[in-house]
Design a protein around this ligand. Structure first.
Ligand SMILES: [Zn+2]
Length: 205
């Protein structure tokens, strides 16, 4: 692509680094922004700068949050004895959207994937073990995507957590193999949380 301006080229290059955005789309977005009022473009840029500078991960569950402790962990309406373990913040949003879960979460920050070089030490697993070891937890729900990485992670977590004698359950496998939790519709996801089963039972099927 031949650009008439280095500034235009730089902006297009930045946009085309985003997932799913090719150079043509990037150019369209940049030209669109160029036609906006200066205040609007400033707001756009500043929102991104503030996002990166000010966002936090909750000290307890690692969910993305505006505060050191997220709203879910600090709410006295949530059941702190039930921890739902998920891959990332999108899963928290998906489960919250079902309106069927009232416990707290634990966000791993990924799944174990030897092929991608992601091992247990790269994830927030020790933090989960510490939470369970501290006591007061009555159930751990493993709500991970039903794919190979999800199953590997489930098995690893089960091995790490079973010594604490806290019931470990997993969401029903009504979701197609290889599907992603966040793309599952709310009704199916909500139902799979309600009909969760002990991990041992799920693995025998
Ligand atoms: Zn939290």
């Amino acid at each position: 692509m031949n650009f008439s301006s280095k500034l235009l080229e730089d902006a297009v290059n930045e946009f085309s680094k985003l997932p799913g955005v090719g150079q043509k789309t990037a150019l369209r977005l940049v030209l669109h922004l160029l036609n906006k009022e200066k205040e609007e473009v400033n707001l756009f840029g500043n929102t991104l700068i503030r996002l990166k500078a000010e966002i936090k991960n909750c000290n307890i569950c690692r969910n993305i949050s505006d505060h050191v402790i997220c709203e879910i962990c600090s709410s006295n309406k949530r059941d702190k004895e039930t921890i739902c373990v998920v891959e990332d913040t999108r899963d928290v949003m998906a489960i919250e959207n079902t309106g069927q879960y009232f416990g707290v979460y634990h966000v791993l920050g990924g799944l174990i994937s030897p092929m991608d070089g992601v091992g247990p030490a790269d994830l927030f697993i020790d933090g989960l073990v510490d939470r369970v070891a501290a006591g007061g937890v009555k159930e751990i729900i493993l709500a991970l995507s039903p794919n190979m990485e999800g199953d590997t992670t489930l098995f690893y977590l089960y091995k790490r957590l079973k010594e604490f004698n806290v019931p470990i359950t997993t969401i029903a496998r009504g979701i197609a193999f290889g599907g992603e939790l966040e793309y599952t519709d709310e009704i199916t996801l909500g139902r799979s949380i309600i009909t969760r089963v002990p991990y041992e039972t799920a693995m025998m099927k």
